[in-house]
Design a protein around this ligand. Structure first.
Ligand code: ADE
Length: 233
């Protein structure tokens, strides 16, 4: 997968692309990242990228021409995403859907917003990573890239499964334990030492359900088909 990022702050991406799983994805040839500095497409000798809003009001708006020029300069654009708090909420299902694209391009929004014509002309979807406002679209772009990259076949090691992830089946994940068997008076649940895989699966499903009901009751109804959650309350 090729991931293009159009940003006013390209240096913010050097860390995420040079560390851990994303760096492995790039080294392993599963992902290729191209970070484009929007300022280079700014207008005039001052490389202007923003302007005041028509109709008044505070803040600055990203102009359409630099973004259009940056997009049109890319060898391939693929599926174009704008990160904005106005976007559709980004969920695990979106990460899975995006992981099947050969090329995605993320435009990092900034300031008060982006001229609407950018969305009308170029953007396939606007995504938000949550109901809060960040100073820019760079962190959301990193979040999206990270969530997508780990789903590209071959990026995670063989011993890592994504089917147990929180949100994969619509529930949060069950608790995990490793050695030691007892830590500061707290023992690992017996069932996990039993070797009975049927019982372990049932316990994990039950714990995932309980955890989800506790912290994200809104997910329960969506995760379990009708009838399946009767008696679990
Ligand atoms: N830009 C600022 N806040 C954002 C958010 N929550 N999601 C996506 N882009 C943003």
């Amino acid at each position: 997968m090729i991931v293009n990022v159009i940003t006013l702050f390209p240096d913010m991406f050097s860390g995420v692309f040079s560390e851990s799983i994303l760096s492995r994805a790039i080294q392993g040839g599963h992902m290729n990242a191209r970070v484009v500095h929007l300022r280079e497409y700014g207008l005039g000798s001052h490389r202007v990228v923003d302007d005041t809003p028509y109709g008044g009001g505070g803040g600055m708006i990203l102009k359409p021409e630099p973004i259009a020029a940056a997009l049109e300069d890319l060898p391939e654009r693929g599926h174009v995403i704008l990160t904005t708090p106005r976007g559709k909420l980004f969920r695990q299902a979106d990460a899975l859907r995006l992981s099947s694209h050969d090329v995605i391009t993320l435009i990092c929004g900034h300031y008060e917003g982006v001229d609407e014509r950018v969305s009308e002309l170029f953007v396939h979807e606007e995504l938000s990573i949550g109901d809060y406002v960040l100073t820019g679209g760079e962190l959301p772009a990193m979040v999206i890239i990270d969530a997508v990259a780990r789903l590209i076949p071959g990026v995670l090691g063989h011993d890592t499964t994504i089917s147990g992830d929180s949100h994969y089946h619509g529930l949060l994940e069950h608790p995990h334990y490793t050695r030691p068997r007892e830590f500061r008076g707290l023992a690992v649940p017996e069932v996990l030492l039993s070797g009975n895989h049927e019982q372990i699966r049932a316990w994990r499903r039950d714990m995932a359900f309980r955890k989800t009901r506790e912290t994200r009751p809104d997910l329960i109804e969506k995760a379990l088909p009708e009838g399946e959650w009767e008696g679990k309350e």
